[in-house]
Design a protein around this ligand. Sequence first.
Ligand SMILES: [Zn+2]
Length: 122
Amino acid sequence: MEPDRLLVFRKLLQERLSSLETSFGARIGELVDQRDVLADTADIATEESDRDLTLRMHDHERKVVDEIRAAIRRIDDGEYGVCEACGDDIGERRLLARPMATHCIDCMTELEATQRREPSLL
Ligand SMILES: [Zn+2]
């Protein structure tokens, strides 16, 4: 990929990363506040399930953050935009839709089909 295109994707990824980290940090603060407020109430069950949900969201966000960081590393290593499975270009259209993509659309389709057939491999 051309260096100036790489810069565009690097900027895109960094913007996503910083907005995720901002909301991530804010929500962690909220969670701590909530715990204090709810400590006296009898509604522990609701609190627990709410917290479960929040933590799951954090897991997902953390995963996305990891994916973005890995993508930025690939830009720095000069490996960005290359399919991990077949070595073809992933293609800018796909990367614009999903800048963290590690596989071209063909390999990703194949991968997803495999995961559907054998979910235990996940
Ligand atoms: Zn591929």
